[in-house]
Ligand binder design. Structure first.
Ligand code: FMN
Length: 409
């Protein structure tokens, strides 16, 4: 039998390896989605609907993929979107952060992550810290202070979550903590996934499933994942004034993640944010929200150059990155792509994913005859007539006779 090359050639192959490596309950928690699972699928399908218009000659030899995100130079327009990566590998977010640093890009660290921000910033000084609107204002200030002292370069605030639970294919049972009962219940998953179980046993013990970045500074105790989720569910939802308050308290660059509507994008500018991510939370939130790439053109054209526009959701290939940039994103964020890489081959697997996206983006630029990502435009693609979605248009369509803002694609 031939030995498998540890290097994988597409993110989908990394996903296949991740599915083999991880216990089914861990894999299912990463695949996620909600209700029908239509939105995560649309995030993937929509990219494939955009068709390249490549040139046959006139390709450029010297190609640059470098840009900046919130003032930070990056070698590729791809950064890590925050995800709580509990129980994939013991190195967790530190491995992801190091891979991102090695490939010259930014780490987004979730407040539900398994590693403390101090360790992650040490692995990658260009780390953005992500917060949900959870707990009291005093707690939020404490978390922002801790992130600032640790050296986080920007804050990502995610407010799109609407606690839409339930999947037609069922949800995995996730233990509150890794006590004897939980280990006993997971024994067959562990036995049938020995390399995964071994990595934890040799890597310092089983995952404790706590959120160290939400640690109470007085007691020093970090809540369990479910404890943190309970606090979040019981926190009154954030309003626009709260985003303005966060901006003032934080004082540094701020990204609001989860925008799909034009009116929300414009309000975000008024609230003082420096960047938004057009995102549907990877399709884990309200199912049948359109793919984020469908919402991008209208949002990007309404926002113009006032703030930076990023996109996340469904990015698996370098060509997807090119498409998002052509439709108005400055850069993209990836979620599951690096989770599959981490499961498939640890830090090297995450680097493998970033290399694939870089190579794919360079191929797209070469075929389209561009020197750099700045030259990408909608003219590089065939965009089906019914592709884009314009949500939350600030003027009624019947008054203008148009269903999209004038400058939208
Ligand atoms: C397992 C998982 C956990 C996530 N956790 C968070 C989180 O803690 N904070 C957050 O802002 N987004 C979270 N997200 C959403 C991602 O940041 C991102 O929006 C999404 O994964 C992008 O879609 P993609 O996975 O198709 O790339 C999570 C996504 C997944 C799949």
């Amino acid at each position: 039998m031939t030995k498998q090359n540890p290097w994988f050639e597409t993110v989908l192959e990394a996903q296949r390896r991740a599915q083999k490596y991880l216990p089914p309950s861990v894999y299912a928690a990463l695949v996620a989605g909600s209700e029908r699972g239509r939105t995560p699928q649309d995030n993937l399908d929509a990219f494939a609907e955009l068709e390249f218009a490549p040139h046959v000659l006139g390709h450029k030899a010297d190609i640059s993929t470098a840009t900046t995100i919130l003032g930070i130079p990056v070698s590729i327009p791809v950064m890590m979107s925050p995800t709580g990566v509990q129980a994939i590998r013991p190195e967790g977010e530190v491995a992801i952060a190091r891979a991102a640093a090695n490939r010259g890009t930014i780490m987004g660290l979730s407040s539900f992550a398994s590693k403390p921000i101090e360790e992650v910033v040490e692995a990658n000084p260009n780390t953005f810290f992500q917060m949900y609107w959870t707990g009291s204002r005093d707690q939020l200030v404490q978390r922002m202070d801790r992130a600032r002292i640790a050296g986080a370069k920007a804050l990502i605030v995610t407010t799109d979550w609407s606690f839409s639970i339930g999947r037609d294919w069922g949800s995995p049972q996730i233990p509150e903590k890794m006590d004897f009962k939980a280990i006993w219940n997971m024994k067959w998953e562990g036995i049938s996934h020995l390399p995964w179980a071994r990595s934890w046993l040799t890597g310092g013990g089983l995952p404790d499933l706590t959120a160290p970045n939400l640690r109470n500074p007085e007691t020093g105790v970090a809540p369990t994942f479910f404890g943190a989720y309970y606090e979040w569910m019981n926190t009154p939802p954030a309003q626009w004034e709260d985003i303005a308050w966060i901006k003032e308290e934080w004082g540094g660059p701020l990204m609001l993640k989860g925008i799909t509507r034009v009116d929300d994008a414009l309000r975000a500018i008024d609230a003082g944010v420096d960047a938004i991510s057009v995102s549907n939370h990877g399709g884990n939130n309200l199912d049948t929200t359109p793919a984020s790439i469908r919402c991008l053109p209208a949002v990007a054209s309404a926002v113009g150059d006032q703030i930076e526009v990023l996109l996340d959701g469904g990015v698996r290939r370098g060509g997807d990155v090119a498409k998002a940039l052509a439709l108005g994103a400055r850069a993209v964020m990836i979620g599951r792509a690096y989770l599959w890489g981490l499961a498939a081959n640890g830090q090297t697997g995450v680097e493998n994913v970033l290399d694939l996206l870089t190579m794919g983006l360079r191929s797209a630029l070469l075929g389209l005859g561009h020197h750099s990502i700045e030259s990408l435009s909608p003219a590089d693609f065939h965009i089906p007539a019914d592709f884009a979605r314009t949500l939350g248009v600030p003027f009624p369509a019947h008054e203008t006779g148009r269903s999209v803002p004038p400058s939208a694609v």
